[in-house]
Design a protein around this ligand. Sequence first.
Ligand code: NAI
Length: 247
Amino acid sequence: MTLSGRVALVTGASQGIGRTCALRLAKDGAAVAVAARNQDKLNELVSEIVAAGGKAAAFALDVSDEEQVKSTLKSAIAQFGKIDILVNNAGITRDQLVMRMKRADWDAVLQTNLTSAYLCIQQVIGSMLKQRWGRIINITSVFGQMGQAGQANYSASKAGLIGLTMAIAREVGSRNITCNAVAPGFIETAMTAVLSDEFKQNAAKQIPLGRVGSPEDVASAVAFLASDDASYITGHVLNVNGGMLMG
Ligand code: NAI
């Protein structure tokens, strides 16, 4: 129970990596505020955590809506008394070659993947500064590190998260708050389920460990960065990519 006494908030927790992170943080002893748009899925997740002896509450939240971010995070802090660990996980893709990319798809991806992280950090940072302990973990992507054709918006948003991570790490390090990023490679979730089998088989061939990753692989990295074992790690990008990108 490395996280007992801690309170975590995970965005985009209704499915995939976010859901698995919430389950893992709860298993490690944290009370978890789970936030996403789909209240039914969140309620199911809360029941699962509570049935396993954990503590959780659901918060309906569209992270692309600034007012909702402000009011929902305030409600979560009011309910739990604090947020020690923030996992900025919510993310979308709107893929298209840049020549044809609509401005609306650029804006939606930047708003959901990057601006939301800045907004959530702003809401939790005050109480983290006061208590002189905090963990901020941003879920970026291997494509924020190496780019991907057809994903100019997504790659820019994920590269932006890495810059945000390092800036925040420098700003709040003196107050014992760490800010790190986790960069997954190819993870089996709804986001990658839309890709063809052929694409997935080819992608797996480029991965030295020879398999796509699971949400659990990512959740383990998040749980480590949230724990006291990672207290001297900040501004770091932790690759969870099976060796797809090294260095
Ligand atoms: P997913 O599509 O299963 O999950 C995305 C989550 O974000 C969902 O819970 C969704 O409801 C939530 N979300 C999307 N827009 C939202 C909004 N406006 N407000 C609140 N919640 C919103 O995908 P997955 O794979 O679990 O993705 C999680 C994170 O991991 C994303 O940031 C994604 O970019 C990142 N990632 C995923 C990889 C993969 O191969 N699956 C690889 C690298 C990064």
